[in-house]
Design a protein around this ligand. Sequence first.
Ligand SMILES: N[C@@H](CCC(=O)N[C@@H](CS)C(=O)NCC(=O)O)C(=O)O
Length: 212
Amino acid sequence: MNPAPPLLIGRSSSHFTRVARIVAAELGVELAFQPVYDLGSRDSADYGGNPAMKLPVLRLGTETVFGTENICRTLAERFPGEARILWTEQLPGAATRNAQEMVWHAMAAQVQLVFGTQAAGLPAGNLYFAKAAEGMAQVLAWLDGHIDSVLAALPPRGVSLFEITLFCLLEHLDFRPTVDWVDHPRLRAFASGFAQRPSAGATPYRFDRPVV
Ligand SMILES: N[C@@H](CCC(=O)N[C@@H](CS)C(=O)NCC(=O)O)C(=O)O
């Protein structure tokens, strides 16, 4: 009997969930998917048992894995294939590692802005959100200025976690607008190039709707 496929618990509208889905697609791993419809739920059972009530979560047999990077690494460990994924510790030098840090930061700030102002309806002008938005705008400008040299510095690879996370962040900024990135031509060029990958094309953002 075939073992059950790995199950990803997440949201098709989530940039963190999409990172895990793209890594799975790059590895050629088929994932079953369990959408979480209500981010307002305060029952960790609705988040695959994650006590932090965060997504995504991976179920692999009897094992449960919390956190996007953990999930990506677990999938790559369990289903090693031809895909050569470049991980954070393989990034050469401070500039490329800073770039990864900026992307993780902006992904978290995007959750703060979307969840705080759009889902919870808190005032966007509050210092807590205004500073997060300004920081995100500065991060995007920094990334636009550094992206070409960062990509040029990466060692040979199939794809890197850096590129996957950056792509998921940038497309999410169009899907759930918080901070503008129209004036960042190098980031635009990167995103439209990455969008050509089958793994990106297979994982578009959309809102999950319960089947009635
Ligand atoms: N550190 C977590 C962060 C994931 C995260 O923030 N996910 C968002 C969805 S994109 C979430 O769970 N939001 C619900 C909330 O913040 O309450 C990870 O790497 O997976």
